[in-house]
Design a protein around this ligand. Sequence first.
Ligand SMILES: NC(=O)c1ccc[n+]([C@@H]2O[C@H](COP(=O)([O-])OP(=O)(O)OC[C@H]3O[C@@H](n4cnc5c(N)ncnc54)[C@H](O)[C@@H]3O)[C@@H](O)[C@H]2O)c1
Length: 359
Amino acid sequence: MGGLTPGQAKLNVVPFVSVDHMMKLILSIGIGRVLTELVEYIEVDFRRWQMFEKSARLASHSSKGVIELMPTSDGDIYGFKYVNGHPLNTISGRQTVTAFGVLAEVGTGYPVLISEMTILTALRTAATSALAAKYLAAPGARAMAIIGNGAQAEFQALAFKAVLGVDRLRLYDIDRSASEKCMRNLAGFGFDMAICPTPEAAMEGVQIVTTVTADKRYATILTDNMVSEGLHINAVGGDSPGKTELHRDILERSTIFTEFTPQTRIEGEIQQLPADYPVTELWEVIAGKAKGRQSEREITLFDSVGFAIEDFSALRWVWRNVLSTPFYQELDLLADPDDPRDLFGMLLRAQAAAASPVP
Ligand SMILES: NC(=O)c1ccc[n+]([C@@H]2O[C@H](COP(=O)([O-])OP(=O)(O)OC[C@H]3O[C@@H](n4cnc5c(N)ncnc54)[C@H](O)[C@@H]3O)[C@@H](O)[C@H]2O)c1
């Protein structure tokens, strides 16, 4: 993965993917194909999990939300994401989650890509969810409840369709207009959809549930009586200390799968359980080191919080795909004096050039 990329032919330049360019890239490839390829990229990186530097993300909490830095490296390429989570943001017209990220060459420390990651986070979160369900959901699962129909919801639906063929959706949100927005956006993608009056109604006849609500507290989106045997639970919205979605009884009935367990113990549903409660990391299942679903009646739970390697994989996908398109800008980000040690001289020459402009 090393070496200069086309966008890097000038040492001062780093390719930058704006929101507008990200949308054009995704639309030019097609969202179904993008999600399928992201699943493949994440799967490849999860298989080589042990090569990565891993740490729980660095979180700065406030009463309104959280700002997080998520770094990792495979020894060749380093990546990090800046991301926030502010459930009240939508009141002021802002996103709950917004993000950007960087890839850099380990050998030189030079960034090779800067990208928007708000849309990319929604894609990679959905891709990771669908990847987990590929190994954990009951074979042939086609019907999914989505509880919480905000920014992430449509991406989740489309990833489950692309990877598992899920084509029946039961939607629930405390704000019906969010469900209506979701249904409107997904019309034309081949789903049979229903907006449900209660979360209990949404759970009727489904084999998968995705909980993707935003609330900065211990919420109880699902209670034990709503969870039937054989269900796969994709719990996405509980991703911060004090912010969970599932009643503890559900956790005790489920086989629990995590991303990077030390981070999930702090942020995931399992923060409700003792610190030594047994869980399996998803990469172990993907790499054939642990079992996924073992019986029809088993309840499987993917306790998603979002881990740095998924962002690394997503950025790697963008880097691989964007440089042969017009969908990036050359950002003059890195100082590049003629003599690398003459940084100050470069400043003086700029001053001289400004004082005597070319006629
Ligand atoms: N695990 C991950 O990797 C990951 C990645 C991205 C976002 N998230 C989390 O997913 C959640 C959703 O993100 P978003 O960007 O879609 O947020 P959003 O604010 O756009 O949407 C959240 C929706 O949940 C609904 N909601 C809130 N409480 C509810 C309840 N009790 N029952 C039903 N619906 C309820 C809201 O009305 C809203 O429509 C957030 O908590 C976010 O932090 C997790």
